[in-house]
Design a protein around this ligand. Structure first.
Ligand code: NDP
Ligand code: MG
Length: 392
């Protein structure tokens, strides 16, 4: 295949967990994909290595203090180097790009994702926070521009895979599976004293720090519920969560005749990443295969909404609508960072999120600038609550 027939990919957040696994997929399929743009927050060394290995056309480093050294290293190799968040939002418009993989963390993904959609680029979406914050606006823009949003999140990829060939058949309900994380079955009393190191040990998945804490607190599943609503055009009552500790069934669709389709496989993010990048083709892979006798029992439990209050808050925010999910997300980003920095206990994270949902101004029909305002207002308010709850 010559270069013009390959899919030309931009990876926002190429130095992270999803970004590096996406590059493994690309490296295994050099005849299918060409790396066009790579970006990072501050890990300039890895970004430079990746850019040289994959012969990227351009890179963006968010951290301006790393710009000069990066430019000195890549300029002679003919690789363009930019820095800052405006450059990140602009670079996705490059004509050569066919698809943008959004693998950066948090609210920072919103602006570049919208710009990529506006420029008509298909999106492989890992950055779930973008859909949580502004799902209505983002999916509307994608529809208007004829842009497809391919889910990378394993649960949403599972649903997307179950929907293949079911275009005319309405969904009755979906079940998002959750591993339950490292603290499944723990009581509130036990959770009072858990440390960041304990929360960072996920039983089944090896991921970036923020999503690993979100998984421990069940906020990740809450964000995924809202993500699913927008990706698949569902009503809140059509979405349910089921705890499945083995992480083999990645999610389930139930149709109106009562039939249920599930997608299964070993927990390995490379599979959903590859499905999103390669869609509609299933690319042959040498990923390890599932062995039934290694998993003689697949089990299911109800989530514990009282212990893991974040999951309930996410359902509440989705039901309330407007900027409520944006408030949920901003508060969560602040408290996860505070927990990781040792400033806040595990349970206090939910207390601050609850206070933000109650006290930050609710806007029923937010504009794009309202989302930026809400994000800012919530971050300030959430941060102001930390000192009183410190060491709780
Ligand atoms: P990581 O923390 O591992 O990587 C994040 C990437 O984004 C890094 O390249 C980082 O750069 C960059 N980045 C971080 N903050 C910013 C910012 N403010 N501006 C620009 N770039 C930034 O995260 P993950 O790969 O784990 O997660 C990425 C997204 O994918 C998240 O939204 C997560 O919820 C979602 N996801 C992840 C899964 C996983 O298995 N990891 C599974 C499903 C979804 P640097 O390295 O320089 O800091
Ligand atoms: Mg997931």
């Amino acid at each position: 295949m010559d270069d013009s027939q390959k899919k030309h990919i931009a990876i926002l957040g190429s130095t992270g967990s999803i970004g590096t696994q996406a590059l493994e997929v690309i490296s295994a399929n050099p005849d299918q994909f060409q790396v066009e743009v790579l970006t990072a927050h501050s890990n300039a060394d890895l970004l430079a290595e990746q850019a040289l290995k994959f012969k990227a056309n351009a890179v963006v480093i968010e951290d301006e203090s790393k710009y000069k050294a990066l430019k000195d290293r890549l300029f002679d190799e003919g690789i363009k180097v930019y820095c800052g968040s405006d450059a990140l939002a602009q670079v996705v418009e490059m004509e050569e790009i066919d698809m943008v993989l959004t693998a950066l963390v948090g609210f920072a993904g919103l602006k570049p994702t919208l710009r990529a959609i506006d420029a008509g680029k298909h999106i492989a979406l890992a950055n779930k926070e973008t859909l949580v914050v502004a799902g209505e606006l983002v999916t509307k823009a994608a529809r208007e521009k004829g842009v497809n949003i391919y889910p990378v999140d394993s649960e949403h990829s599972a649903i997307f895979q179950c929907l293949a060939g079911e275009f005319h058949n309405p969904i009755e309900k979906i079940y998002l599976t959750a591993s339950g994380g490292p603290f499944r079955g723990k009581t509130r009393k036990e959770l009072e004293s858990v440390t960041p190191a304990q929360a960072l040990k996920h039983p089944n998945w090896n991921m970036g720090a923020k999503i690993t804490i979100d998984s421990a607190s069940m906020m990740n599943k809450g964000l995924e519920v809202i993500e699913a609503k927008w990706l698949f055009g569902l009503k809140p009552e059509q979405i349910d969560v089921i705890v499945h500790p083995q992480s083999i069934i990645h999610s389930i669709v139930q149709f109106e005749d009562g039939s249920m389709k599930a997608q299964m496989g070993l927990p390995d993010m490379k599979l959903p990443i590859q499905y999103a990048l390669g869609y509609p083709e299933r690319i042959k892979s040498d990923f390890p295969r599932f062995e039934f006798w290694e998993y003689p029992k697949l089990t299911f439990e109800q989530p514990d909404y009282e212990t893991f209050r974040n999951l309930q808050f996410a359902f509440d925010a989705m039901n309330k609508g407007g900027n409520a999910p944006c408030i949920l997300n901003a508060a969560n980003e602040v408290v996860v960072k505070a927990f990781l920095d040792g400033q806040l206990g595990f349970l206090a994270m939910s207390d601050i999120i609850e206070a933000c949902l109650e006290n930050v101004t609710h806007i029923p029909k937010p504009s794009l600038s309202d989302y930026f305002e809400t994000d800012k207002e919530t971050r300030t308010y959430a941060a102001s609550l930390i000192p009183a709850l410190q060491n709780k």
